[in-house]
Ligand binder design. Structure first.
Ligand SMILES: [Zn+2]
Length: 434
């Protein structure tokens, strides 16, 4: 009986040794999961994209300190650089005493061309070996994209590692108030980004004049894709639906992409929100003088009809083509200053006066798309200050661009209406619930 414990102890000792060996083996195997670039062995054996599977090494933007790559005894610690304004690669490499020759070799790889466009705030991490040769370089372009360059036998190989963001739906709503009388201010107060405000304005630009028609109590709501990577918000994706109640009239926009990939915004009955003309050829301005055939002219002080609309806006504000068409005049005269005349099909002509300049390359005969920039607001000709004078002619007769009936763009074809309704019903229900 006495010998049993001894045998037992021996067994325990042997087992303990085995366990320790297994543990050490395990450690060695585990190190294979450390992202490439941390040791000489890793940089050769680990496929580059796997680096993205290990959050601590590559998502350096949230907490760079936590993401330190541990160096082994043969490697100096990695150099971590935050891009500052005015930085370029040569200055960064010189400042950090990194190999300029290796930089050239990295830059000669195709994906590394993107390194030329450094933006302040981005992060670069460089791992060199004891001799100063660069083993790897991680350049985080944005939360979704990292350039990973690795030394190979012959030089460097580089890969752009992209991470697809998680998408969740979010909604926001806002109201036009005395304090926030413009879409921009009400949108900001509601938490919309600048780009969402611009999208909302462009969605309804055919139906609502954001320069003239907004009233206190007008309301809007929208549903959009919020994008994040590893819990970090990186911006917004598609605007899926929006509702705008303007002057007690409800306008609804639903995003739809058909089977061949064509996409657009439609009202719940499948009518396109697009019209052949947008109402206002400048965004975010205000109307300083309306269409008025009995107006007293501010300079000449006598009754002179005002056959267009004046949009007061800062000099340089982009002026947009109200519809698809062709440039039939782009010239200058004493009264109109620099002006552009567009022909749209047979019946329609639009005119844009007092411009500071034309879009580069724009000339008589140029084709323009709806919403395309054709020139910039100025005060050339008879103008008391920077503004756009805009005219709309139907069959050669001046009409009020604010009230003229505008032709529609194509609706959803009857054969796709069912698919459209199925695809948009939940967004529509959510919008209607707001
Ligand atoms: Zn005018």
């Amino acid at each position: 009986m006495r010998e049993f414990p001894i045998t037992h102890l021996k067994l325990v000792a042997v087992l303990a040794v085995i366990v320790v060996m297994l543990w050490l083996l395990d450690l060695a195997t585990d190190s294979n999961n450390i992202p490439a670039g941390q040791s000489q062995r890793q940089s050769l054996s680990v496929p580059i994209p796997q680096a993205e599977n290990n959050p601590p090494a590559t998502t350096t933007s949230t907490n760079p300190e936590k993401n330190a790559i541990e160096s082994d005894q043969h490697m100096p610690p990695p150099v971590r650089i935050k891009i500052r304004s005015g930085d370029n690669l040569s200055s960064i490499f010189a400042r950090n005493k990194l190999s300029a020759g290796d930089l050239q070799r990295i830059l000669s790889t195709e994906p590394a061309k993107i390194l030329a466009e450094l933006t302040p705030g981005q992060l670069i991490e460089v791992q060199s070996d004891a001799s100063g040769a660069i083993k790897s370089l991680h350049y985080q372009i944005d939360p979704a994209r990292t350039l990973v360059a690795q030394r190979t036998q012959t030089g460097f190989s580089a890969t752009l590692v992209e991470e697809s963001p998680e998408i969740r739906l979010e909604s926001l709503r806002g109201t036009i108030t005395k304090k926030n009388p413009s879409l921009y201010h009400a949108g900001k107060a509601a938490g919309l980004s600048d780009s969402l405000i611009m999208e909302l304005a462009s969605l309804f630009q055919w139906d609502i004049s954001f320069a003239l028609d907004l009233r206190e109590g007008d309301r809007f709501s929208l549903i959009y894709e919020a994008l994040s990577i590893k819990g970090e918000d990186i911006g917004t994706g598609k605007l899926l639906g929006a509702k705008f109640i303007n002057l007690k009239e409800t306008h609804t926009a639903l995003f739809f992409q058909n089977q061949v990939g064509a996409e657009g915004y439609f009202d719940p009955s499948g009518q396109s929100l697009r019209k052949a003309f947008i109402r206002d050829p400048v965004h975010f301005s205000y109307v300083s003088s309306s269409f008025n055939l009995n107006r007293k002219h501010p300079i000449h002080n006598k009754t002179m009809p005002h056959r267009g609309i004046d949009y007061a806006a800062n000099r340089g504000t982009p002026v947009l083509a109200a519809g698809e068409g062709r440039v039939i005049k782009a010239e200058r005269n004493e009264a109109s200053g620099k002006f552009i005349v567009l022909q749209h099909g047979e019946q329609y002509v639009t005119k844009y006066l007092h411009l500071s300049k034309f879009r580069r390359g724009l000339k008589v005969g140029s084709r323009v798309e709806q919403g395309q920039i054709i020139g910039y607001v100025g005060a050339t000709g008879w103008a008391t200050g920077p503004h756009l004078h805009y005219e709309f002619l139907v069959h050669g007769v001046h009409r009020n661009p604010r009230t003229v009936r505008l032709p529609n763009a194509e609706p959803i074809p009857a054969g796709e209406l069912g698919a459209f309704q199925i695809a948009t019903q939940s967004i529509l229900a959510s919008l209607n619930a707001t």
